[in-house]
Design a protein around this ligand. Structure first.
Ligand code: NAP
Length: 294
């Protein structure tokens, strides 16, 4: 048996196209150009790549993109002052502070300073609390992408057994809430969970968000299960180069699972596409328009 590969590249491209159509519609009908401001502090090379990609894709969707680069030694007050300005700027509907922040900056205070209505990363305590309470909220982009990828295989997740491995605020916890909203039955696993392979084997849907290369083995997976691999780890190759791998042993999973996301080309592709969705949703909500059809 060979599993279906869930092609994040294709699904993300379709989503970006739908966002672009909706952006064109709100521009035409309501004179609204959604705007995303991205704040990058310091010069972490991986963060610079992410920010560049966000900028390019935001513009390609017809939205306004505002980049703010600050030096790594910027003071907390200066960063908070910039966020205050972006909160008040009517051209900005989404604010994303690229994480991780350099040492010395208080990430929690910075996130809490973002207007929850513009919190397109979905990390503000108001949005996290609303999501946990089953209320409409801006939700983190990577978990949103995981749900869309799963629904490309299973249009309804109602009653399915899901396991989420990892309980970070960025991925695991919000993913659990989104799965509950979809009426799945969810197990949350973490570094203290006992007999993780046995827990995994009960799951129709496996989400691995740990950051440990190829931790989830083929014999952890129930035959026919859908496996969504969030992990990204760069490992050295025999040729002295490096390559990206996920948290799931892909070749083993392909022999047992029903469907698997590859790394790269799976979840990673969806994160920026869902950021565009959140920016469009935030812009429509701020302008008092009904939610866009994406
Ligand atoms: P994180 O904050 O480091 O959280 C990792 C989670 O994994 C923690 O909850 C930890 O448990 C759990 N864990 C660690 N070792 C474990 C083990 N042996 N067994 C079971 N659980 C274990 O990481 P994150 O930010 O959620 O990111 C997870 C991975 O996803 C990383 O590889 C990251 O690069 C990737 N990621 C990808 C995207 C994307 O767009 N594709 C976006 C975000 C993150 P404890 O809570 O008990 O410590």
């Amino acid at each position: 048996m060979t599993a279906q590969i869930i092609d994040g590249k294709v699904i993300a491209a379709e989503l970006r196209a739908r966002v672009a159509d909706e952006v064109a519609r709100v521009k035409r009908d309501h004179g609204l150009t959604p705007g995303l401001a991205v704040v990058l502090v310091g010069s972490d090379p991986a963060s610079e790549v992410y920010v560049r990609s966000k900028h390019t894709q935001t513009q390609a969707a017809g939205m306004a993109s505002f980049e703010h680069k600050l030096p790594a030694d910027v003071g907390q007050d200066e960063l908070l002052a910039l966020i205050g300005k972006l909160n008040a700027d009517p051209a900005v509907h989404g604010i994303l502070v690229q994480l991780p922040l350099p040492k010395g900056l208080d990430t929690e205070r910075v996130i809490a300073a973002i207007d929850p209505a513009k919190d397109v990363d979905g990390l503000h305590p108001n949005n996290a609390g609303r999501l946990a309470g089953g209320l409409p909220a801006l939700s983190p982009c990577t978990p949103l992408g995981c749900i869309i990828l799963t629904k490309s295989v299973h249009p309804s997740l109602a009653g399915m057994n899901a396991i989420v491995i990892g309980r970070s605020n960025l991925v695991g916890r919000p993913l659990v809430q989104l799965l509950l909203n979809e009426n799945a039955t969810v197990t949350i696993a973490h570094s203290r969970s006992r007999d993780l392979p046995a827990l995994c084997r009960q799951a129709d849907l496996v989400y691995a968000a740990v950051g440990k290369a190829e931790m989830v083995r083929g014999d952890w997976i129930k035959p026919g299960a859908t496996v969504i691999d969030v992990g990204i780890t760069r490992i050295p190759t025999a040729e002295g180069k490096t390559r990206l791998v996920g948290d799931v042993a892909f070749d083993e999973a392909m022999k047992v699972a029903g469907a698997v996301t590859p790394v790269p080309g799976g979840v990673g592709q969806m994160t920026v596409a869902c950021l565009l969705v959140n920016t469009l949703r935030a812009a429509c909500a701020i302008k008092g328009l009904s939610a866009p059809a994406v």
